[in-house]
Ligand binder design. Structure first.
Ligand code: AHR
Length: 502
């Protein structure tokens, strides 16, 4: 066992916990929509074909916002194909995933689902094959009250009230060579700026997300953000970040410390935003929308070009282990500690496609391992995020160098003074003795300590064994010399809830 110390002081507030940090993502891809959230005829489906078991688990997961309809899919999407009488909707070729898109689910069905699931919608517009005019038409259809061509079309489709969708993404991963309609940074920056300007005329109350780099490894990372913001700084509110993590080679420590990579990525994008802001002498501040993040065994994916044409094919339905769940819990900690700038984040995706929720046609939905750290963080991270000082031994990663063996972050509810501590022990062999000093807030006691990990790190949940992995309650904590003492098993994620002793 090794020892580490953390000081948590309620005076050091980073920011309020952003409501939309617990967002997710539904793309027309694989079995995310068809056979995921929407499966007419399934015993769990309602009259609209929406699977109620998925609605229930999405609520339990604590999802606050959902980005839709893509992803790569959106760069070739004609939104008009997905509205109006179903029998008149065409079957289309989805070039992003070489799939047949039946268009039986579209904007209005998504909004019915979003209302039922009590999530805020985040819409993306197609800036791959389309542009300013189509983005404005879609916004007019969605948000304009009535009396114009597209708002009246919505009303004719049976939706009298405007959807009033607040947040809109200006395309998706436009720097990626895999993207339909890939652009250079200058081309995209100009298009994003012009689209933003026009969309704001249609509806001045919207907020807009410009595409950042597809990931931190893109050769143009940094310069892409700078060029795009040089063009669009004054008319967008957010820049997007995407990141998927998996173990590379034998660098297990590097994988377990993926949150350090996420920290560095976020801080690089903040620096770029603020550099452009300073250059422009602007009073505006661009925030970050981490609107795709997760673990993805991407190296096992055959690639879009090698897929056969199919309807709702099984695409990247990765099964997650306990170890993956530990890493995912740590990634959420990275998002939380940057909550002064990252105020939207979407776990990609929600159902079946690299997802916390899985479904099959012949059974009810179940929770993957990664469901648990997300749900527990969404439930317990309340109030304000606190800056935590951690003193921990280090581990060596071939790719990252020295990384902290224990990582943690904390949130505090101002009214009750309750503190939720989220902690990971990345050491493969030893438990950590975590000594928590609660700063000027006085003595605290642990009221709940939930652990995931410690053993059986390769265990997964499946259709056959949906309840094999669940978090367990721990009693391995106490108070010594004014410190809260908590034991963190090797390779584990913990949520430790404390309350002031009165
Ligand atoms: O989430 C799967 C895909 O990953 C999305 O379509 C795309 O935006 C990203 O590359």
């Amino acid at each position: 066992m090794f020892t580490c110390t953390a000081t948590i002081d309620p005076a050091f507030v980073i920011a309020p916990v952003p409501h939309r940090l617990f967002g997710s993502f539904v793309e027309h891809m694989g079995r995310s929509v068809y056979g995921g959230i929407y499966e007419p005829g399934h015993p769990e489906a309602d009259v609209n074909g929406l699977r109620l078991d998925v609605v229930k688990l999405t609520k339990e997961l604590g999802v606050s916002a959902v980005r839709y309809p893509g992803g790569n899919f959106v760069s070739g999407y004609r939104w008009e194909d997905g509205v109006g009488p179903r029998e008149q909707r065409p079957v289309a070729l989805d070039l992003a995933w070489r799939s047949l898109e039946p268009n039986t689910f579209g904007l209005n069905e998504f909004m019915t689902w979003a209302r039922q699931t009590e999530v805020e919608p985040i819409m993306a517009v197609n800036l791959g094959t389309r542009g300013v005019e189509d983005a404005c038409n879609l916004l007019e259809y969605a948000n304009f009250p009535g009396g114009t061509r597209y708002s009246d079309l919505r009303i004719a489709h049976g939706v009298r009230e405007p959807h009033n969708i607040r947040t809109w993404c200006l395309g998706n991963e436009m720097d990626g060579p895999w993207q339909i309609g890939q652009k250079t940074a200058t081309e995209y920056g100009r298009l994003a700026a012009e689209t933003a300007k026009a969309m704001r005329r249609v509806d001045p109350d919207i907020e807009l997300v410009a595409c950042g780099s597809s990931n931190e490894r893109m050769p143009t990372f940094g310069s892409w953000e700078a060029t795009v913001l040089d063009e669009a700084y004054d008319v967008v509110d957010y820049i997007s970040l995407h990141a998927y993590f998996e173990q590379h080679g034998d660098d297990r420590v590097g994988f377990l410390a993926s949150a350090d990579t996420m920290d560095r990525f976020i801080e690089g994008v903040i620096a770029t935003c603020d550099h452009i802001g300073a250059k422009k002498r602007s009073r505006r501040r661009i925030n970050l929308s981490f609107d795709e993040w997760n673990l993805w065994y991407e190296s096992r994916f055959v690639g879009q070009d090698r897929l056969d044409w199919a309807r709702a094919p099984r695409l990247i339905e990765d099964e997650y282990t306990v170890e993956d769940a530990v890493v995912l819990g740590n990634l959420l900690m990275s998002l939380l500690r940057h909550s002064d700038r990252v105020t939207i984040a979407c776990l990609a995706q929600l159902v079946n496609v690299i997802a916390p929720i899985r479904t099959e046609p012949d059974t009810g939905a179940w929770r993957q391992t990664i469901f648990y750290p997300f749900a527990l963080t969404a439930r317990h991270a309340r109030g304000e995020v606190l800056r935590v000082a951690v003193d921990s031994p280090t581990l060596y990663s071939r790719t990252l160098g020295d990384v902290s063996a224990v990582d943690l972050t904390a949130t505090r509810e101002p009214d009750s003074g309750d503190i939720a501590v989220f902690a990971v022990n990345r050491d493969e062999h030893q438990s950590a003795r975590l000594r928590l000093r609660m700063g000027i807030d006085g003595a605290h006691e642990v009221v709940e300590h939930v652990v995931l990990g410690g053993d059986d790190l390769l265990a997964t949940n499946s259709k056959e064994t949906p309840g094999r992995v669940i978090p367990r309650s721990s009693t391995r904590h106490g108070i010594e010399d004014g410190f809260l003492d908590v034991e963190l098993p090797p390779v584990s994620w913990s949520m430790i809830r404390t309350t002031p002793i009165r």
